[in-house]
Design a protein around this ligand. Structure first.
Ligand SMILES: CC(C)(COP(=O)(O)OP(=O)(O)OC[C@H]1O[C@@H](n2cnc3c(N)ncnc32)[C@H](O)[C@@H]1OP(=O)(O)O)[C@@H](O)C(=O)NCCC(=O)NCCS
Length: 155
């Protein structure tokens, strides 16, 4: 554990600060509403958002949850000013503990192909790249990526 670091679940008053952290860490995307993502993760017992706090400042986050079989993390972030001091490893360790306590044996996570730094981080803290292809489908009627990518002439 890092001296002065406290890890606990997010509280109501912290949502805006967490969204600001994710924006500073370039983790937000136009198609995801981060505040809505936090609300959904806090809705049931199978997921939460863990925060690391130092000097009353939010310095790290990991959204963690499980689907009844595997555990997942999203929004793994460390304040840019406080990187390289073990905070990323520690918030991931807290997410792993949270899942172990829920009876989950394996943690999986998605890394964007262009995020080589994140891949290096996860490899360093003990994660293996898995030989899988991820398929995804929007369930809310949004167009799929391949529809958006289709040239005008074929649309
Ligand atoms: C990835 C991130 C969470 C790492 O946080 P951090 O606090 O700097 O990481 P730590 O200090 O705990 O590093 C743990 C280990 O990973 C290594 N590591 C961290 N970043 C690394 C990088 N970019 N390349 C290689 N190794 C890296 C560290 O050297 C350290 O190794 P050590 O314990 O052997 O010294 C942080 O850089 C971040 O918030 N990035 C932007 C958001 C992001 O991309 N999140 C992941 C989305 S999938």
């Amino acid at each position: 554990m890092i001296a002065g670091l406290a890890i606990a679940a997010i509280e109501d008053a912290e949502v805006a600060a967490v969204v600001a952290l994710w924006e500073r860490c370039a983790l937000t995307r136009p198609w995801n509403d981060p505040a809505a993502d936090i609300a959904l993760a806090r809705k049931g017992p199978n997921s939460t958002v863990l925060l690391g706090r130092e000097d009353e400042k939010i310095v790290a986050s990991a959204m963690v949850g499980h689907d009844g079989h595997r555990g997942w993390v999203y929004y793994v972030a460390v304040d840019p000013d406080r990187r390289g001091r073990g905070l990323g490893r520690t918030i991931m360790s807290a997410a792993e503990d949270w899942l172990r306590q829920a009876g989950i044996a394996k943690l999986q996570l998605l890394v964007r192909q262009e995020n080589a730094k994140a891949s290096a981080f996860y490899e360093t803290i003990g994660y293996d790249e898995a030989p899988v292809i991820v398929f995804a489908k929007w369930l809310d009627g949004r167009e799929q990526a391949r529809q958006l990518a289709r040239p005008e002439s074929q649309a």
